[in-house]
Ligand binder design. Structure first.
Ligand SMILES: [Zn+2]
Length: 366
């Protein structure tokens, strides 16, 4: 299928609109919609903000002015995801589009929801609308990578994150020197914080191990930006964290993962023993607690466990300008890494710190 420059331009705009929901839309997919007149002018735009709210197609139709409504029968609709055809919390978008009966519908990606697949597009074709799919499909698959991964694997999308010095250490203090309550070592400058908080806000949960919680006591919030704070997951299979730990007091919907025989504190307890393996943990977090994506922030042992089990999808790193020659080693980056293909920025500087963004090679074949 050859797409016209206008098709590509309008679908790109729909992708940009969809991204507005990045911090709020889960567990739903990101969706954007652009409606154009027969002459190719944009007459409507919409995007899906959060579960329970109107879908992108409904918002786009609502945005069409009264004076432009007469153009709708000859309009083209650009939608990043196949319109839904099942009764969810809102009426199906396929019925809405069918009632408007535009001339043409361009879809980037088919939905993988079994209630939807082929349904919305097929119904609209039958209604006499020209339906074309696959316009910027790879870009939209990437944009909705967490959603498609969840549907395929019933596990959260996993992002690993750490900050290291030039020589590959996480902390100039050795494990023995990293004692409970010691506090975190500031490896990156204050300018790095806004980017880190943006990374956090894009995932549904942040996970750290008990040792990091005890030594560093990180705040794990997104205070630098206007976004809901992700859930916190404390991985504590040995049951080391006391109920008095500050993270239990300040976080909402916190999940305390403890080994059998240990007491869980916080809002939710999850029983998991190390010998059950990472897959078992991820399946529980997704199936029992609805965690769609998780940013794993440490410490070294937790990060290494996910790397060793090959259970990660993205890696985001900070490399500080600082240099030290001993301390706690950072994990080794895997041998084969790719940069995200559909992102304009996959590395950059913030103050004197460099950030890098990698994906697992399997992600590009998803
Ligand atoms: Zn819909």
């Amino acid at each position: 299928m050859k797409w016209t420059p206008d098709d590509l331009r309008h679908m790109r705009r729909a992708i940009v609109l969809a991204e507005n929901g990045a911090r709020t839309v889960a567990p739903n997919p990101l969706v954007g919609c652009v409606i154009t007149s027969e002459a190719g002018e944009v007459i409507g735009e919409g995007w899906h903000e959060k579960p329970g709210n109107d879908h992108a197609e409904v918002k786009a139709l609502q945005s069409v002015s009264d004076s432009n409504r007469s153009m709708l029968p000859m309009s083209t609709w650009y939608v990043t995801l196949e319109p839904c055809n099942h009764m969810g919390r809102t009426p199906p978008c396929a019925a809405l589009i069918e009632s408007v009966r535009p001339r043409r519908l361009v879809i980037a990606c088919s939905d993988t929801n079994p209630n939807v697949q082929g349904g919305g597009a097929g119904r609209l074709r039958q209604a006499g609308i020209s339906v074309e799919t696959g316009c910027l499909q790879n870009e939209v698959q990437w944009q909705n990578r967490r959603f498609f991964w969840n549907a395929l694997h019933q596990r959260p999308w996993v992002v690993l994150k750490w900050a290291q010095c030039q020589n590959g250490y996480l902390d100039p203090r050795s494990s023995e020197e990293r004692t409970p309550g010691a506090g975190s070592f500031a490896l990156t400058g204050p300018e790095a914080r806004a980017i880190t908080h943006d990374w956090r806000s894009k995932e549904q949960a942040i996970a750290i191990g008990s040792n990091t919680a005890l030594v560093d006591n990180p705040r794990l919030d997104v205070r630098e930006i206007d976004a809901p704070s992700p859930r916190i997951i404390l991985l504590d299979p040995s049951g080391e964290l006391p109920a008095s730990h500050p993270l239990f007091k300040n976080a909402q919907n916190l999940i305390h993962v403890v080994g059998s025989g240990h007491a869980a504190h916080g809002d939710f307890g999850c029983t998991w023993d190390i010998h059950q393996g990472i897959d078992n943990l991820l399946t529980k977090l997704y199936g029992e607690f609805g965690v769609m994506s998780v940013l794993i922030e440490g410490g070294a042992a937790v990060l290494s466990a996910f790397l060793d089990a090959d259970r990660w999808n993205e890696i985001k790193t900070w490399t500080s300008a600082k240099q030290f020659h001993s301390g706690l080693k950072a994990p080794e980056l895997p041998q084969t890494l790719l940069a995200p293909a559909y992102e304009s920025n996959t590395e950059g500087m913030s103050g004197s710190d460099q950030w890098n963004w990698f994906i697992h090679p399997r992600v590009s074949k998803q």
